[in-house]
Design a protein around this ligand. Structure first.
Ligand SMILES: Nc1ncnc2c1ncn2[C@@H]1O[C@H](COP(=O)(O)OP(=O)(O)O)[C@@H](O)[C@H]1O
Ligand SMILES: CC(=O)N[C@@H](CCC(=O)OP(=O)(O)O)C(=O)O
Length: 303
């Protein structure tokens, strides 16, 4: 039997007692977790991630996992001898690329994550936007200024989509059955074609449609950093606009934060950018006063 006076046991108990108000606060609420392709490389972190979502489910929160797999799609395209190009962080997707993206995302990665969750003691159901007609995608339109004529020209990204409509009943049915939905960012268009959707965009749209309590974007930095490299812990949409204008945020962080702003303005309570390389970062964010990463919320949401 365990010794209740053992300091390690006491420390654990105190942590659980501290976490109790947060568990009560979020019981019955939904958390959407975006798990990116870069974070999947380390098996130990993958198993920690799976344990975290299983624990959330066990304490009465409904986790919904949306996954990426950009590097894995890139590796498979390379094997197949197909070249890949990105515009504004989006992979230009022709028919052959869409087929590979679906095979890697809906097939290999989706089932791998379902497997990790099963191994951690939970039950997961792996689907893509196609299943149960959950998501319909519309084609993404991008324009670019021609450097010579300065005229805006339409850039064709091929089969790159963004969610147009989402039927949340599919997700709710899986969650209500005690399972964790694991969603691949692939969706059909109204034209019946298969569209490749950026995983952050898919997660943000699902979090907004579900009115999620939190959208977690697990990435490879501690959160949003200022120019000195300090973590910015709490941001509003207006702050993000300033950070973009003064060049503090760049590259992949721009579309990521745009997704967060869109999600919190469209029904998700708050979004968090946090480090997927840190073991159990999500639990630290949820169950401690200090949190971890960067919280993004509108003026109406309290911390
Ligand atoms: N101000 C900033 N704070 C943190 N990261 C930033 C910032 N500006 C740009 N970045 C970049 O954004 C990257 C995260 O975006 P991205 O590479 O698209 O992530 P993921 O592949 O996890 O979706 C970081 O690795 C970092 O290089
Ligand atoms: C249109 C588009 O760019 N789709 C992404 C989908 C995967 C993804 O977003 O994966 P990460 O989150 O791991 O980057 C792609 O083809 O790479």
């Amino acid at each position: 039997m365990s010794n209740p006076h053992d300091p390690a046991m006491l420390a654990k108990a105190e942590t659980l007692v501290d976490a109790l108000p947060y568990m009560q606060r979020y019981a019955g609420r939904t958390f959407v977790v975006k798990y990116g392709g870069h974070a999947m490389g380390d098996p130990e972190l993958a198993s920690d991630f799976a344990e975290d979502v299983v624990l959330l489910k066990a304490v009465g929160i409904n986790p919904v996992v949306v996954h990426g797999g950009g590097p894995q799609i890139g590796a498979m395209l390379k094997k197949a001898g197909i070249e890949s190009q990105f515009i504004d962080g989006l992979r230009v997707t022709d028919k052959a690329t869409a087929e590979v993206a679906e095979m890697v995302l809906s097939g290999a990665i989706n089932k791998e994550i379902v497997g990790w969750i099963s191994k951690a003691g939970g039950k997961a159901m792996g689907i893509s936007g196609k299943d149960g007609k959950m998501v319909t995608a519309r084609k993404v339109q991008r324009t670019k200024k021609d450097p010579d004529s300065l005229i805006e020209k339409v850039v064709d990204l091929g089969f790159v989509g963004e969610p147009d409509s989402i039927d949340i009943s599919v997700i709710e049915t899986i969650s209500a059955a005690g399972m964790i939905p694991v969603i691949a960012p692939i969706a059909p268009g109204a034209d019946g074609e298969t569209y490749n959707v950026n995983a952050d965009t898919m997660a943000g749209a699902i979090a907004a449609a579900l009115g999620a309590a939190r959208l977690f974007l697990l990435t490879d930095v501690h959160g949003v950093l200022d120019k000195q490299g300090n973590l910015l812990t709490d941001l509003r949409p207006a702050d993000i606009e300033k950070l973009q204008q003064d060049g503090t945020i760049s590259g992949g962080m721009i579309p990521k934060l745009e997704t967060c702003v869109h999600a919190v303005e469209a029904g998700c309570e708050a979004a968090v950018v946090l480090d997927g390389r840190v073991s159990h970062a999500m639990l630290l964010e949820i169950f401690t006063q200090e949190g971890a990463g960067t919280l993004i919320r509108t003026g109406q949401t309290s911390k």
